[in-house]
Design a protein. Structure first.
Lengths: 399, 683
């Protein structure tokens, strides 16, 4: 049984990205209207309240990404205005946040007593740093897994991948550009691998949506400690169509990483460390060889054209059990992997073609399929007056 | 959602995807995951295109609304009415896991039966709760169909209990004993329990026509229904109420036949052969009486006798009186093959279904019951998973079946080990799904965690992923998570939780609390940062906000040098104010600075702190050497360019005084020490 709720974003132009924080109780949206909005889940009223909205850039804001809460409440944004920025929520009027928070400011009083007309408490976000190194639109921005520290990767339309590090986690105004890597092709997306083992060096992948060349469009880089450089360990020649989005699966105890790639179709690629022993005894002499040799066995695990059109976005749930993709067919598809590592589409979500009016469907039953009740020959329950039919269980939406 | 295909064949096509329509303007949709089974969809444009570049002309969507749609699923269990179901079934689940844990004595069929009955009773309780809620006018549905959701859900639970009961009868109760055992008595009982229609009809008859019950339309139906449920005593009682009973031979004859009907009961220790012989003998007598025309006088009696005799024709006609194919099948078997074996049940079920219009006209409930009768557990679980919104039912059912008899999964005994493996991994899959679903709820997460502990392969990883994502709303919750993580050796979660809580406290300027979390996480860097914060705060305010914490640091102060200094500095304060041991205080102050344990920015404060000691007239508290060293520090700090501006100003203000007092103390100390030396020498 699917439950839907509509939330009016009040963005004045197209929304380009929506991102949940680590706990899923805060939401950031960014839009072509150059603004970013933050939404808080209000447990008492079971609703999403906008707690902050500000003009973040002087161009469309493409992506928004949350840092791990260990670093505080931080988001990173990137924009057509050729910059990326890191924003931090300043302490103060954010009683909506959590129970441990400071007592509610007196002006707001008890949240339960708040009347409809009151604006929700505004939290205050401050720009900590602007990354101005790019000379073209910054197409993606992603925080590294927290184990690597407070590190941010950006990629630009001119194909430059930049890695920034906050030298002092307690002073977020100070970021240094650690690495600048030129991929030669316009970059569209970037993603960090969630290391499957602690001794493995960090890995990230960059995708290109270049349509003019024929070669591979996904480049995989690995940080090479002895040379302190990011090395291109693999270029996926199996993906030669423009790539729009990518996502590594979260680490759930698998012995390999899974990379989902959206292109003309959905592609799923696995990266398996070739030889653990060789990895452990990694001495600098071996690494001198050129070209840099891949330590991973890269395999195309599946290629799916269920969308029957270009696939644009991809994301994993955090238990890495379901993959969601969206395509040009206007559908969002959910994918699952069975115990034999075969991927298949388990659900499609399709817009009903009507644009926004707020519709909520709180009606829920234990069923997701009516056939159980839609009885050809009735099983009449003993002492309840029954007239089981499909409509009694669902609102019209769900037939 | 949909479970991995469990049928062995690799070629089996995956089930077609579920189609869901969401309220969203068609066109391109973006997508983002929330925690748990929740997605956000938003209308957007692909590829992204900047419109501000195109001269600011707003595109088609400019000015329109930009709605987000939050889609979630597997939420029905989160309704308060199911809280009891969830909690109690978790207790039974744990009881079962303890019972089968290695090292425990062998548990028998009775243990599993007891567990199974407990599960069923929990389902029935929940059903009653729902019925109660349905009766409450306040909760009446407003969806216009007039049927409350609770009625629908109560009905669903009733059906689930029906399925569970059948599984209990056919798999848990029967199978471990013997695959060739007699199962009909249990089936008949199952049928009686769930189809009280006969009683209802009899009650109608008796209340509406107490004088002449046979005139009531339901009299004969009720009688027939009692018979096909094998309830001979009730049938006899009803028959005797007939006004002609006693007047006509035929009634007495039928009454006698019903009374004589042999019943198989495991308590009687009757062998199957023996029973078969008696039953055949009895039916022969029924047939001979029929042939003799005992019942020619009454059409109804004749028909009943035909049923007793097992006449195909009469039994076939009886189908109209039965609500469901299984009710008919059981009634029919009672008079044609009372010693039916479980492996034959599938054949009879198929026949009954054909009689009732074939499987195509049936519901999932029918196909699940059929699969149970066919002992195709994999199919049962598959059907249940694709029908139900959540995994509560299949997860608990399969878990019980797995422990009862792992090979029940496969009808082919040669493949028992592979079957047990498949069953084990499917069990884990279902439990993980169910537990994951619970863990996305803000208060049920603790129950969910219990289930993860019983998933040998992936449980730990999954729990770790889920635990670290539980929102840390309150300190209590954070403590619970940490206790849970500690118990299971997930130390990275303990550390991470502390750091997040510490950051949160810091953001709210509760530095003492942040420090407490930092100490728990043993994070030296964070501790140092916080100690600095406390020192800076002291510089500004002249007092400590978290003196208690600092006084009781104990051994944890060694975590960071800065913290050690902070604790020592606090000790200095205590020596001055509480113990009045100025000599010790002065020494401590000197050693803090001279050992360079104190951060540079704090030296000015320390030097100012030293003023009262050096300007003390009564006693020399600092030796000449110590004073000299302090002067050295003063010299160093006054030349330090990196000193924060505030400290610099402070130093400029006090430097002449400090220098003066230190020199004076040096002079006095030297004089005194000189005197002492002279005295010693003189002696």
């Amino acid at each position: 049984m699917y439950h839907c709720e509509t939330l009016e974003s009040h963005h004045k132009d197209l929304v380009h990205d929506v991102s949940f924080n680590w706990y899923g109780n805060r939401l950031a949206t960014c839009s072509s209207d150059q603004s970013v909005k933050i939404w808080e889940w209000n447990t008492d009223q079971q609703s999403w309240d906008c707690s902050a909205s500000w003009k973040a850039h002087s161009g469309s804001v493409w992506k928004v990404n949350w840092a791990h809460p260990e670093f505080g409440n931080l988001i990173a944004t990137c924009s057509f205005d050729r910059t990326a920025a890191v924003w931090e929520e300043m302490p103060g009027d954010s009683f909506l946040l959590s129970g441990t928070g400071a007592p509610p400011p007196s002006s707001h009083g008890n949240p339960n007593l708040r009347t409809e007309g009151d604006a929700p408490a505004q939290s205050h976000w401050v720009k900590k740093v602007t990354m101005v190194d790019s000379r073209t639109s910054v197409t993606d921005v992603k925080f590294a897994p927290k184990i690597l520290g407070l590190i941010l990767a950006t990629c630009s339309a001119d194909g430059t991948l930049r890695i920034y590090e906050a030298s002092d986690v307690m002073n977020l105004t100070n970021w240094t550009l650690q690495h600048e890597i030129h991929t030669k092709l316009p970059s569209s997306c970037i993603c960090w691998n969630h290391a499957i083992a602690k001794f493995l060096p960090p890995v990230l992948a960059v995708g290109s949506d270049d349509a003019t060349t024929k070669g591979g469009k996904v480049f995989i880089y690995e940080y090479h400690e002895p040379s302190r450089r990011w090395e291109n360990i693999e270029t996926l020649t199996s993906v030669s169509d423009p790539v729009h989005d990518m996502a590594f699966s979260p680490n759930v105890g698998r012995s390999f990483s899974i990379l989902g790639i959206t292109s003309k179709e959905l592609k799923i690629v696995t990266l398996k460390p070739k030889n653990r022993d060789a990895l452990l005894s990694d001495n600098p002499n071996i690494s001198e060889r050129t070209p840099f040799e891949s330590k991973y066995e890269v395999k195309l695990a599946g290629s799916f054209n269920d969308h029957k059109s270009t696939v644009w976005r991809i994301c994993w749930n955090f238990t890495a059990t379901i993959l969601a993709t969206s395509g040009d067919d206007g559908n969002v598809r959910l994918w699952k992997c069975n115990y034999k590592d075969n991927w298949h589409c388990v659900a499609t979500l399709k817009g009903d073609g009507q644009s926004a009016s707020i519709r909520n469907h709180p009606n829920m039953t234990l069923l997701k399929d009516q056939s159980f009740n839609n009885s050809g020959m009735g099983l009449n329950k003993a002492n309840a007056n029954t007239n089981a039919n499909a409509s009694s269980f669902t609102s019209g939406m769900w037939k | 959602m949909i479970l991995p295909s469990v049928s062995g064949g690799g070629g089996s096509a995956p089930p077609p995807p579920t189609q869901v329509t969401v309220p969203q303007s068609g066109g391109a949709l973006g997508v983002a995951w929330q925690r748990g089974n929740a997605l956000t969809l938003f209308p957007t444009r692909f590829p992204p295109l900047d419109r501000s570049a195109g001269g600011g002309a707003a595109g088609s969507s400019g000015g329109q609304t930009q709605p987000l749609t939050l889609v979630s699923w597997e939420r029905s269990l989160f309704e308060p009415v199911f809280r009891k179901l969830i909690n109690e079934s978790a207790q039974i689940f744990i009881q079962l896991q303890r019972g089968v844990a290695p090292g425990c004595r062998d548990v028998g069929r009775d243990f599993y039966l007891q567990i199974s009955r407990q599960y069923r009773s929990v389902i029935r309780d929940c059903q009653e709760l729902l019925d109660g809620a349905g009766a409450d006018p306040n909760t009446m549905a407003v969806d216009g169909t007039g049927d409350t959701p609770s009625v629908a859900q109560s009905e669903l639970l009733y059906k689930l209990e029906l399925i569970w009961n059948l599984v209990e009868v056919l798999v848990i109760e029967t199978r471990p004993v013997s695959k060739n055992g007699i199962i009909l008595p249990q089936l008949v009982q199952w049928c009686c329990l769930h189809f009280p229609e006969a009683d209802q009809k009899a009650r109608h008859v008796l209340t509406e026509n107490p004088e002449q019950p046979e005139m009531h339309a339901h009299f004969w139906d009720a009688l027939l229904l009692f018979l096909i449920q094998g309830r001979t005593e009730q049938a006899q009682k009803l028959l005797r109420l007939h006004s002609d009973f006693g007047n006509t031979e035929a009634f007495g004859s039928l009454d006698e036949l019903i009374r004589k009907m042999p019943r198989y009961s495991p308590q009687l220790m009757m062998s199957s052969v023996d029973f078969d012989f008696r039953f055949k003998h009895w039916q022969k007598e029924v047939r001979s009486r029929l042939d003799e025309g005992d019942f020619a006088s009454s059409h109804e009696l004749h028909r009943l006798a035909l049923v007793l005799s097992g006449s195909e024709e009469a039994l076939s006609e009886m189908a109209d009186k039965c609500e469901t194919w299984y009710q008919w099948m059981i009634g029919k078997l009672l008079f044609t093959q009372p010693d039916v074996k479980s492996y034959d049940l599938s054949y009879h079920a198929q026949q009954a279904i054909n009689k009732f219009g074939g499987l195509s006209g049936m519901t999932s409930l029918d196909s699940i019951l059929l699969a149970v009768m066919e002992s195709d557990i994999a199919q049962v679980i598959n059907e249940l998973s694709s029908t139900l919104d959540n995994h509560w039912f299949p997860a608990h059912l399969l878990d019980l079946l797995y422990h009862t008899d792992p090979s029940a999964f496969e009808t082919n005994p040669e493949d028992a080990i592979a079957a047990a493996n498949a069953c084990g991994s499917l069990r884990e899959y279902l439990i993980l799904e169910y537990g994951t679903c619970l863990m996305s709820h803000r208060s049920l997460w603790q129950v969910g965690a219990l289930y993860m502990d019983h998933c040998p392969t992936q449980g730990k990883y999954r729990l770790e992923l889920l635990l670290e994502r539980i929102p840390l709303d309150t300190e209590t919750k954070a403590n619970k998570i940490m206790a849970m993580a500690n118990e299971r050796g997930m130390y990275s979660i303990v550390g991470s939780t502390c750091r997040v809580m510490g950051m949160q406290a810091l953001r709210e300027k509760r530095i003492g609390s942040a420090m407490a979390w930092a100490l728990r996480s043993q994070d030296a860097q964070f501790t140092t940062f916080l100690a600095d914060q406390l020192l800076l705060q002291y510089c500004e305010e002249g007092s400590f906000t978290s003196a208690d914490l600092l006084d009781h640091l104990g051994s944890s102060m060694v975590l960071s040098d800065r913290l050690t200094f902070l604790a020592k500095y606090r000790e200095f304060h205590r020596l001055c104010s509480e113990e009045q041991d100025f000599k010790a205080a002065a020494s401590l102050l000197h050693s803090l600075m001279w050992s360079r344990m104190a951060p540079k920015y704090f030296w000015v404060t320390l030097l100012i702190d030293a003023l009262p000691f050096v300007s003390c007239q009564d006693e020399v508290l600092l030796s000449s050497e110590q004073t000299y060293e302090l002067l050295h520090c003063l010299q160093e700090i006054s030349k330090d360019e990196s000193l924060p501006k505030k400290q610099k100003l402070l130093l400029e203000e006090h430097e002449p005084q400090i220098r003066l007092e230190l020199s004076r103390n040096l002079a006095i100390a030297l004089m005194e020490e000189g005197d002492e030396q002279a005295i010693t020498l003189a002696r």
